[in-house]
Ligand binder design. Structure first.
Ligand code: SAM
Length: 442
């Protein structure tokens, strides 16, 4: 925050004479210039305000909202008011703690008159009008030369809504548009290939399977992609909502039966990004939880390909949650461990410390454990876990076909065999499983 003098621009070229006669501005009280034209005749425009001065006269909540929007656009913001909201004063703006006086707008490209005093707003608007500076009056849409629309932003897409001078109506419409942009029902994909920014890779965690459990950012980047490289456990229902001309490449059909090797996937996403495409690498859960997202990110770094990681809801937490099992619960456990059990504990390559896991008090969440349930249960009991410890095996969690088997560590192998448990499943071991009796029905 700094206080700076407002300079008057020197050598401003005189305006060119108009070619056709122009009606004189109506000068009724509280209205300036041509502000009272029909709403439908307002001319929408997107302003590049980066480094340009915008003056906000007023220091309250409306000013705060306006200033935030101006700062998002990179404007050089000056706030003038005798009293200024503390949150507003803390923003990177120039603050002048005094009343507005004529001439304050001299260096401005844009002005906002947002005081609670009509006469001050009118004076600001009048100075703006004289100097051909666009001015937004918060107190009187009719008398305002310019309006601030309600804005929905979605990556490079900006939608601005005005609604006949009714800001609540505009905001409601904006919210509906935001929802439609976020859920991918609107065609946000770029249509001009090669247009900046260049190709890149988004490593998107798609969540545990329910298509509504992807993040807003993940959903947006998926909707903007030129090519989608998907895993078996990604939320595949979302693929049906892509543009028909988006290429979808299936990188994994079934566990342990990958269509493409990891090296092939790395090469593929890099080659497509280098060719200028936006690549969405859609994964189940979180990309960095047993998702090999780290390997793909490293491959991008080595190839000099821009990428971003979009975290996702990991099945390790979300699948138990959907089944009514919190992985921690006050009074029951304060810790939990997430373990890959894709190897039999007796396998020479297994690095999991089953001894510590068996002796620890916390919840164990096992992924990729279905093939070795009997061996894992036996190992934990052998190393000290109580055979009566409750266990839940949740198959196809968060999906319409979700199935939950509850058992104990001692009975797990027999119960799972009888129920013919198949992957994908999350196994939860610990006292928290008992909460499902109450929370599972919710
Ligand atoms: C290779 S790991 C990927 C984990 C993923 N990155 C995550 O954060 O959830 C695959 C394992 O996740 C678990 N899994 C993923 N989605 C699941 C779902 N909807 N229901 C049950 N288990 C699931 C299973 O244990 C499956 O074998």
């Amino acid at each position: 925050m700094s206080a700076s003098a407002l300079s008057t621009p020197a050598d401003v070229p005189a305006p060119r004479p108009r070619l056709t006669p122009w009606p004189a501005p109506r000068a009724s009280q509280g209205q300036v210039g041509a502000a009272c034209q029909p709403y439908s005749a307002h001319y929408p425009l997107a302003l590049a305000l980066q480094g340009r001065r915008a003056i906000v006269v007023g220091g309250g909540q409306v000013a705060l909202r306006r200033v935030r929007g101006l700062l998002e656009s990179g404007a050089d913001v000056v706030v003038i008011a005798p009293e200024i909201d503390a949150e507003l004063a803390a923003l990177p703006v120039t603050v002048l703690r005094r009343r507005y006086s004529d001439g304050d707008l001299s260096a401005a490209w844009l002005a906002h008159a947002v005081t609670s005093d009509r006469s001050v707003n009118a004076a600001v608007a009048a100075e703006a009008e004289r100097n051909r500076i666009w001015c937004v009056r918060a107190d009187d849409a009719q008398a305002s030369a310019a309006w601030t629309p309600a804005v929905a932003r979605h990556g490079e897409v900006t939608v601005a809504v005005t609604a006949g001078g009714d800001p609540r109506r505009a905001r409601q419409l904006r919210t509906a548009i935001e929802v439609a942009l976020a859920d991918g029902t609107l065609p946000v994909r770029r249509r001009r290939p090669g247009q900046a920014p260049a190709g890149h890779v988004a490593l998107i965690g798609g969540g545990p399977g329910d298509p509504e459990l992807i993040t807003v950012l993940g959903r947006r980047l998926l909707a903007e992609a030129d090519v989608v490289v998907t895993d078996k456990l990604a939320p595949r229902a979302l693929l049906a909502r892509l543009d028909p001309d988006v290429e979808v490449i299936d990188a994994g059909k079934a566990p342990h039966a990958h269509n493409l090797t990891q090296d092939q996937i790395n090469h593929l996403i890099i080659a497509r990004a280098l060719a200028g495409q936006r690549v969405a690498r859609l994964k189940g859960g979180d990309p960095f939880v047993f998702g090999r997202g780290g390997e793909e990110a490293l491959a991008c770094v080595r190839a000099g390909v821009p990428f971003r990681v979009v975290p996702g809801l990991t099945s390790a937490i979300a699948v138990p949650a959907y089944a009514g099992i919190p992985v921690t619960h006050r009074g029951i456990t304060q810790d939990f461990a997430v373990v890959s059990a894709h190897l039999d504990p007796s396998h020479p390559g297994a690095t999991v410390d089953w001894e510590s896991l068996a002796r620890g008090p916390g919840t164990l969440v096992l992924l990729m454990a279905v093939a070795h349930l009997d061996r894992v249960a036996a190992e934990l009991i052998k190393r000290g876990r109580d055979a009566a410890t409750p266990v839940a095996v949740i198959r196809d969690g968060t999906m319409p076909g979700q199935q939950v088997l509850t058992s104990t560590l001692g009975d797990l192998a027999a119960d799972a065999e009888r129920a013919d448990v198949m992957p994908p499943a999350v196994v939860v071991i610990g006292e928290v499983v008992r909460l499902r009796e109450t929370l599972g029905a919710a």
